[in-house]
Design a protein. Structure first.
Length: 147
């Protein structure tokens, strides 16, 4: 996988990072990039490097609380904000790593086109209350198509 810090070769002004959006609109902090009524993502989510669409608008939700998936004590920092997607078929484009070392089958998500990652994580042992699988995207590792 490529380094997440790789800069895009071309700047695309309509693709913005979470930090940029926060800086431009301080109200986002209370309702982070969400459609206020549906509680889903207001903007399509894209790969920060090749700009492929990862998920479309209205597919991911930002739950107020998530089970902490990292139990390793070396990861004791604050968990990142995460978008939650419960249907793998809802992705436009996503790749999976091999199982992470020391886990049963935890996989990191990457861009399927350019393999930039990790941009998220999938732990097959973790399910929501309805038994749906959980796919998580790190809010600050993707870009948002603001049009
Ligand atoms: Zn990509």
């Amino acid at each position: 996988m490529s380094d997440i810090t790789t800069q895009p070769s071309q700047q695309d002004p309509s693709l913005k990072s979470y930090k940029t959006l926060l800086a431009e609109n301080t109200q986002l902090a209370s309702s982070p990039l969400q459609d206020p009524s549906r509680k889903t993502n207001e903007y399509a989510i894209h790969c920060p490097r090749c700009k492929s669409k990862v998920v479309g608008k209205g597919v991911a939700c930002w739950p107020p609380a998530l089970p902490i998936f990292v139990t390793d004590s070396s990861h004791s920092s604050t968990p990142p904000h995460l978008w939650l997607i419960t249907d793998m078929m809802a992705f436009d484009n996503v790749g999976f790593s091999r199982p992470a070392p020391g886990t049963s089958d935890l996989r990191y998500l990457s861009c399927a086109d350019c393999e930039l990652g990790p941009i998220g994580v999938h732990d097959p042992d973790m399910k929501d209350k309805d038994g749906k699988k959980l796919f998580l995207l790190a809010v600050d590792r993707v870009r948002y198509r603001v049009v």
